[in-house]
Design a protein around this ligand. Structure first.
Ligand SMILES: Nc1ncnc2c1ncn2[C@@H]1O[C@H](COP(=O)(O)OP(=O)(O)OP(=O)(O)O)[C@@H](O)[C@H]1O
Length: 275
């Protein structure tokens, strides 16, 4: 479905991502993990043509047989409205501040569908209710009237509303408290089940990976150092960097750090340090 081959991203002479190869299948949740600065965000941004100014790339990006590197702007806008949707860590910037959530959902629907005003409103409210928000009220609200967690759920409602084939989620839970983060993960997992949506989940936190991902790819300093099924990467990591990343996962229970720290890695994982 999505194939990335030999993706190289640079800023002037500085190489930021080096020869990345990745494949994402329909209905699959791929976690792209790695420490801050390892190139995850840039790799994900290149898929939608969203690289910052001054950053260039080469390589092959293929989406369902379409070459993403040479898309005309109108086709790219349509692709990003309908088929591939991003969810970012900075959900505060996802909506324009002084336009109601409803109007912004309505604009998206009127751009990409032929639905009439009533059907668009109903669909917008339904999308908000699917992410457990009080649909009618949030539809009439301005972004600044919502809490951080509500706003992130509204961005997810917007991203899922048109049943995209791929969600690219760039650390969407980092700024949320852990309960809200769990809720967001569950919402995306439910959408994956319901609509066979593929998920590219960018994270530096491997704790969430065990529960939700099918496969894991690990980046270090711009290079892919390891990829495989979740179990392969988490339980039998082969690269020293992956081993360090897993060893650095904080234990879940505050009263058990020493006990967990003394356990062999495989047992720590099984005991839930990665839930
Ligand atoms: N606009 C830019 N201009 C120059 N260098 C950049 C730019 N954006 C990112 N970089 C550099 O590219 C490298 C990869 O950055 P990227 O944001 O992809 O990392 P990341 O793995 O997503 O990190 P994080 O988890 O902190 O988001 C870093 O060294 C970063 O400093």
């Amino acid at each position: 479905m999505l194939t990335i081959q030999n993706l190289t991203i640079s800023s002037g002479s500085q190489l930021l991502v080096n020869g990345l190869n990745l494949e994402l299948r329909a209905g699959e949740w791929l976690a792209l993990a790695g420490e801050s600065g390892s190139g995850k965000t840039l790799a994900a941004a290149s898929i939608g043509g969203l690289l910052p100014r001054g950053i260039s790339y080469r390589g092959t990006l293929n989406w369902k047989g379409t070459d993403l590197t040479n898309l005309p702007p109108a086709r790219r806008r349509k692709l990003l409205g309908l088929e591939i949707r991003y969810i970012f860590q900075d959900y505060q910037g996802a909506f324009t501040p002084f336009i109601t959530i409803g109007k912004q959902l309505d604009e998206l629907l009127s751009t990409h569908t032929d639905l009439d005003r009533h059907a668009r409103r109903a669909l917008g409210i339904e999308a908000l209710e699917r992410v457990n928000l009080p649909g009618d009220r949030v539809y009439r609200s301005y972004p600044f009237q919502l809490s951080g967690g509500q706003l992130q759920r509204a961005t997810i409602a917007s991203a899922l509303m048109l049943h995209p084939a791929l969600i690219i989620a760039d650390e969407p839970t980092t700024a949320l408290d852990s309960l809200t983060a769990q809720r967001v993960l569950k919402l995306i997992a439910a959408a994956k089940e319901r609509m066979n949506t593929s998920v590219l989940w960018i994270t530096h936190d491997l704790r969430h990976v065990r529960k939700y991902a099918d496969r894991v790819a690990v980046m270090c300093r711009g290079e892919l150092v390891e990829q495989g099924t979740k179990d392969e990467v988490l339980y039998t990591p082969s690269h020293p960097y992956t081993k360090r990343l897993i060893a650095a996962i904080p234990p879940l229970s505050p009263d058990a750090p020493e006990r967990l720290g003394q356990m062999p890695l495989s047992r720590r994982l099984k005991e839930g340090a990665l839930k």
